[in-house]
Design a protein around this ligand. Structure first.
Ligand code: NAD
Length: 698
């Protein structure tokens, strides 16, 4: 860990060297200050180039120092010293300049970057705002609207965009350091000393209308998250206050974020996301090579999974029994790739490469050479059993066989492969979420017989295609859909008893969920749940309450968004839900048929019933070992089901309420419906012992 300092013909080159991400640890901040002080004393030096060793400029704060009392020199002071350097400075941004990294670059007079470098202020994602002058300097550089957009989304931007916005002064294809030195010499020759951003008194491109629009957009996007709102308040201050006062305001807002419980939730999510793919006791070095992937079923999921693997650089063979479905699937893949190109998400070369890696096949034998075969065919046990028998016959020895089933027992599918060869150890679940090329979550389902090398291979493979990969045991619906079913049932019961679907959706959105349960049903299609329920008719326990409302909607052709009517109605071509009196009538008639007198539900009760149903099922899943850790459940819900990351996930959130409080409420709810509200034994134990789910995160 060092800050290196070298002089090349009157230009000092400072290099931040702190692998792996050149984080701004205490020593690095001190080293930077010392280097500037040395430069200030050396009258031979005329200019400074500041860069990072390796492939990153500065990755931001040191996460190892999170939660510890900050030590001097503080970053804002170090940046102040850099900005007041006696000679002009240029940041040579050789790789990611994120958070404090970009704030350091903003403390330089100029910024140049390599083509692959990204710049951004992602603090909002950790529940904070930039706290070292970023909210005051960036608006002075590019204006409040553009800076506000960058800071409130927290999204790092590529070099070409940084140049277009004015964040950087030049982009170089190669030899960044030499080019940065020449850039500095050129500026010196012209007598251009650049501008210290703190000295700017008027923000460029003032645009009050667009700033107000950004405020409204940020509020809607934040879904209750505090940090983007506070960040924009700080940006607004940059336009209204002198620099030093603006910095003070930034600090106040930063501290408000720091003290918010949302910060703790986001930090938990951040670390859980990194921990989730590390399975205690699993040897991750023992994996099988995967280059080619066969996918069975070219429907919604097959198409998405194919796109995910193509983007990851794999060879994919896509198969469907229905030639028309295969054609349609291939067309959808081509269209998505073209649209990715048009939106600048992929290059022409990448499009060519991905298209070249894809082939459509009609004959299962053609998958004989695939290293991994994923079954994404119709959700029907007999169809899937027959597929696994065929795969057993055609797959090469050592190939991994996976199923994308949402609910079915993968142990049964594994057993189908034992007839001819002993492949049970090669069968695993890979439960993607729709659309599989976009959604971040992948549940890997561990069968009773799966080999450790297969498990390690698939956990690593998930990461290689950019997924947050969570391990689940086998049960009906695995971690995610099993919990979903439980909280969905509670929402249905409340509707029977008197709550309106739009009120439940409103309350859950106010809690921060991406969508309420009924809007989700309309999006997914009411037919999907209908067929699932028919599958369960035979085994549904007699004591379980059953709501027919979704069935009634289905029977009236109200399938959700796809038929412009479900729980809500939709205008042609719009996805905005409109409350529909027709649904209210269907619900009222069903209540009447059952002899239920509707009762009012206040928002608190709605929220508690839904969330405690979710938490109770999560606790059962943890107790049964379906999820090994509480954080696995949290990550499934945050990344697959729109649970707000700032609440950390359902189990983290449960700890903030306290097991005792939740257990007491569940006991109260159980008086009306003892079958549904059977408390998890683990929840009961924690309630009695004062324990937490956090203890189940290691
Ligand atoms: P889909 O109906 O859109 O597509 C299924 C495809 O499988 C059809 O094109 C069909 O012709 C094909 N097929 C049927 N039998 C086949 C066989 N023997 N060999 C090859 N292809 C065959 O269904 P989908 O929504 O893509 O779902 C596929 C699987 O993914 C199901 O198991 C489902 O439960 C699961 N899943 C779906 C979602 C979702 O949101 N749609 C999410 C996660 C998992």
């Amino acid at each position: 860990m060092s800050v290196d300092f070298e002089i090349t013909q009157n230009i000092a080159v400072i290099t931040i060297d702190n692998p792996p991400v050149n984080a701004l640890s205490t020593h690095i901040r001190a080293g930077l200050v010392k280097a500037v002080e040395q430069i200030n004393c050396d009258t031979n030096i005329q200019g400074v180039v500041l860069t990072g060793a390796g492939r990153i400029f500065i990755g931001g704060a040191d996460i190892k120092e999170f939660g510890k009392p900050p030590r001097e020199p503080f970053l804002p002071d170090a940046i102040d010293i850099l900005e007041n350097c006696r000679v002009p400075t240029v940041a040579a941004i050789n790789g990611a300049a994120l958070g404090g990294g970009l704030e350091v670059a903003l403390g330089c007079r100029f910024r140049v970057t390599g083509v692959a470098a990204k710049t951004g202020l992602p603090e909002v994602k950790l529940g904070l705002i930039p706290g070292a002058g970023g909210t005051q300097r960036l608006p002075r550089l590019i204006g409040a609207v553009k800076a506000g957009e960058m800071i409130t989304t927290g999204k790092p931007i590529p070099a070409d965009q940084a140049l277009a916005l004015g964040v950087v002064d030049a982009v170089y294809a190669d030899n960044l350091l030499e080019n940065a030195i020449s850039f500095m010499r050129d500026k010196l020759k012209r007598g251009d000393m650049g501008v210290a951003l703190s000295t700017i008194t008027k923000l460029p491109s003032p645009d009050a209308t667009n700033f107000s629009k950004l405020e409204a957009k940020t509020k809607a996007r934040a879904r209750g998250q505090l940090s983007p709102i506070k960040a924009l308040e700080a940006v607004r201050a940059a336009g209204e206050l002198p620099f030093r006062q603006g910095l003070k305001r930034e600090r106040e807002l930063f501290m408000q974020c720091m003290e918010s419980p949302q910060r703790a939730g986001l930090i938990h999510s951040f670390f859980a996301q990194r921990q989730v793919a590390k399975i205690p006791g699993l040897d991750m070095s023992n994996t099988r090579p995967i280059k080619s992937v066969g996918i069975l079923g070219a429907g919604t999921m097959g198409v998405g999974i194919t796109l995910a693997f193509l983007a990851g650089g794999y060879n994919v063979s896509l198969l469907d029994v229905d030639a028309k479905a295969l054609d349609t699937g291939m067309e959808r893949i081509t269209k998505t790739l073209q649209s990715n190109l048009a939106k600048g998400r992929i290059s022409k070369d990448s499009l060519k490469k991905q298209s070249g890696n894809l082939s459509a096949v009609c004959d299962m034998e053609a998958l004989g050479n695939s290293d991994l075969i994923i079954e994404a065919a119709t959700e029907n046990l007999e169809i899937k059993k027959s597929i696994f028998r065929d795969l057993d016959r055609i797959a090469k020895p050592g190939a991994i066989l996976a199923s994308n089933t949402s609910y079915l027992d993968i142990n049964i599918l594994a057993r189908e492969t034992r007839r001819q060869t002993k492949r049970q150890g090669d069968v695993i679940g890979m439960h993607f979420f729709s659309p599989a090329n976009i959604m971040k979550l992948l549940e890997v389902v561990r069968t009773d017989t799966v080999g450790d090398d297969v498990l390690a291979t698939i956990m690593a493979l998930g990461k290689s295609i950019g997924k947050i990969t969570v391990l689940s045991g086998v049960c009906d619906g695995f971690i995610g859909n099993r919990i979903l079913k439980s909280y969905r049932k509670q929402a249905d019961y409340m509707v029977l008893d008197g709550a309106e679907p739009h009120d439940i959706d409103r309350v859950m959105k106010a809690f921060g969920m991406a969508m309420g349960p009924f809007a989700v049903s309309d999006l997914a299609g009411i037919d999907i749940g209908y067929f699932n329920r028919r599958r369960e008719d035979e085994t549904r326990p007699k004591r379980e309450r059953y709501s027919r409302i979704a069935d009634l909607l289905y029977e009236q052709g109200r399938l959700g968004q796809k038929s412009s009517a479900g729980y809500y109605r939709y205008e042609q071509g719009s996805r905005a839900p409109i409350i529909d009196p027709a649904t209210t009538e269907i619900i009222a008639a069903e209540r009447k048929r059952l002899g239920i007198t509707p009762r009012p539900f206040c928002d608190d009760e709605i929220r508690e019933r839904i969330l405690y149903a979710l938490i109770n099922e999560g606790a059962k899943i943890l107790d049964e070992g379906i999820a090994a850790r509480a954080l696995d459940i949290d990550m499934v819900y945050v990344h697959g089901y729109g649970f707000p990351a700032y609440h950390g996930g359902p189990m983290f959130y449960a700890d903030t309420i306290g097991a005792k409080n939740i257990y007491e409420k569940i006991t109260k709810f159980a008086k009306d419906d003892p079958y549904f509200w059977q408390a998890s034994p683990l929840l009961k134990t924690l309630a009695q012992s004062g324990g937490t789910f956090k203890a189940f995160c290691a």
